[in-house]
Design a protein around this ligand. Sequence first.
Ligand SMILES: Cc1ncc(COP(=O)(O)O)c(C=O)c1O
Length: 427
Amino acid sequence: MKLQDYKPYLSPALAKTTDIIVGKAEGPYLYDLDGKKYLDFVQGIAVNALGHGHPRVVAAIKEQIDLCIDASYNLVSYPTTLAYAKRIAEIAPGDLSVTFFSNGGSEAIDGAIKLARAATGRPLIVAFRGSFHGRSLGATSVTASASKYRKHYEPLVGGIHFAPYPTPFRWGPRDLSVDPETASEEALLEIKKLFDFIAYPEDVAAFLIEPIMGEGGYVVPPSSFLKGLRKLADEHGILLIFDEIQSGYGRSGKYFASEIHGVVPDIMTIGKAMAGGLPMSGIVSKPEVMEKWLPGMHGTTFGGHPVAAAAGLAVLDVFEEEGILGNVKKQGEYLRGRLSELQKQYPVIGDVRGVGLMNAVEFVHPEDHSPNGEAFSKVRAYSEGHGLLLLGCGVYGNGLRFATPLNVSKEVLDEGLAIFEAALAAL
Ligand SMILES: Cc1ncc(COP(=O)(O)O)c(C=O)c1O
């Protein structure tokens, strides 16, 4: 079976990074139909927190399938989904305790926008340049990690304004490297300008932001920025929405990146890793916000799926029993340390950044620090050819993200780093 033969039947809109057709996948590895083995540092784009096919997740899925696959959560309730809602309240930051379950990240973003508008009665949303929130019409409208995602679709949903995300490695119109606090301070001043010139603050329903930027470049913003945003939100009665779809579920070393920053949002979107590889997402909020979303104001056929919830509960059980968050912190530090060593050896690596196991390198032309997309493409292609799967990020196509499983070992990291280093040497 070759992908090429099936292309006539597949929409080209979905850009495929590789031609691999998966035969099977296990732990950190996947195998194509010919049995070629790949070390998978993409993991479904930060979806498989416990690697492929963790036995506990597989067992939980099988058990629920035997009991009931679906009867629609609109009509009935399931023990797994009810228990999962309670469990999410236990790990969610601050007083966030009520979940609306949906199916994918974009859908959760659309729902969060609707919730913020319904709860405040205000129209405007302030999102951030560099952020990725998904591909539905609503999510595309708040996405600004590359103009190509919006091409042909304007006019998008109205009432969305953008402010700069503090990206210290490339800051301002000249892409200058600045210290993080400068970027934080100036980014907050830009919001004040937005309020003065364009968006009347009492018309703003919500700030929507990734507490760690994902697809846009794996940038960890200074905590002072998110604290400043929280303060501005409180001053003006604006809700703060954290999109934790990629940064959540332990990838940062905490359950949610909001804990890294010490900032509690009013609404949080979750997805990706929350159901062990099955499609599930959620909008989590405080009771006093959620209670303004009355029955029928939002809905879904599949949301709250009992099999996905069973998988999600198993994921959290394993997190606790196997000390996954500790492993993320330990292995993340090791990985960043090794990447920083490689940066000293290979000046084509302009930046190494991340937290926990959400890490990226940014390729540059060393002479002027301009983006080097060619180096990225060569390194990614070499790695794939030598059995290591990696994914890009960033508007200029020059970032490379490492989204390993969260239960990754030092040995597996070393295996991947050896291929990555060989790819750098081959440049
Ligand atoms: C932070 C963030 N939000 C939203 C989304 C959209 O999720 P989905 O592709 O499941 O719609 C993504 C997907 O990469 C994401 O990383």
